[in-house]
Ligand binder design. Sequence first.
Ligand code: PMP
Length: 409
Amino acid sequence: MKKPIAPSEKTLLSRVEILNQRIQEAKKYDLYPYMHSSDAVEGVHVTVHGRPMLQFASYSYLDLLGHPKINTAAKNAIDEFGTGTHGVRFLAGTTRVHLELEKKIASFKKTEAAVAIASGYGANFGTISSLMGRHDVVISDKINHASIVDGCILSRAQFVRFDHNDMAALERALDSTSAKGGVKLVVADAVFSMDGDIINLPEVIRLCRKFKALLMIDEAHSLGVLGKKGHGIEEHFGIDPAEGLIDIKMGTLSKTIPSIGGYIAGSTQLVNYLRHSIRPFIFSAAIPPPAAAAAKTAFEVIEDEPWRVEKLHKNADYFLKTLQTRGFDTLKSQTAIVPIIIGDEAKALEMTRLARNEGIFIVPILPPAVQPNTTRIRATVTAGHSLQEIDRAINTFEKIAKSLSIIRS
Ligand code: PMP
């Protein structure tokens, strides 16, 4: 493969040309790994370009995608309401199904109320940018999701980032900033989407209370994943949600919940404010009723089928420990998201291609999504994998990684 264009040469070509050149180059060597379409999906078994594969890049952590009860709920909602709505939620787009979904989210997250927005991205971006303003300070973990970062920037609040999961750095940030009559908000992912590690919530809560800061936690990758019953990060740390120590609980309906959308759960007052101010809620269309009905039913299935969370925990533990035993660097992951550090971009692309040739679907994560020296395969495990399937994936990774000198032979 041709050497990538060095940053200093970038001025010679437009960004568009550079990107297209990189894509063409990768495609020439069959190394372009993105947007491959699945022709069929059956749990963790997918068919990509006619080739059967085992899915190891899914967000469907509890294997709820295709669950019969959830499918039926979606079909019934189509019969009742059709496939779309009469527009945005704020005006004519709210249906009974949306209100039922919000009630279910609030009861699952043990808050007074919840609001559902058509994307998780919009939930983060819209909430932070509408709540925070010029006189406020927002303090964000350095590897928080892009939707948080974008919301912080748009809010025009003072935007301070602290080193990833570093509580001394968070304390310094809280101590050294002044909200000048405004408020301070600390915001963090519960489970970090690229690293799979968990925010030190008890310490974050202590610091927020000490410095009188509000706290927002993004549960995109912890809903259904953390806690014995999958209720999320508070359950994981044994914190009583009724204490209200997390002011703003955000989550998505597009990962463990096999649908589309995001939510904010919190006090009635907060949710009411957001219903009247989040721009993606007011100016963008409602979640389609079948998707809302599917999401609501998925929360019920998590409660009715607790074995799924147990199996996910067992699988994640086994996957992580076995990879480490075989010599892979998995950073500080503790969850179903497992980064396999490769370092070299070309090797990560080659490992992806070879693994897919052997029927294991994985995705590489390249800079700028992660630091250049931490280019990785981000593998995910779900409740739908058997131990034999996990072994098959690990054996494949080991064989390829040895052949590419990623790990020692
Ligand atoms: N937060 C995190 C941590 C995420 O990983 C994602 C999606 N990858 C989002 C928010 C946005 O969610 P959605 O895809 O539902 O818009």
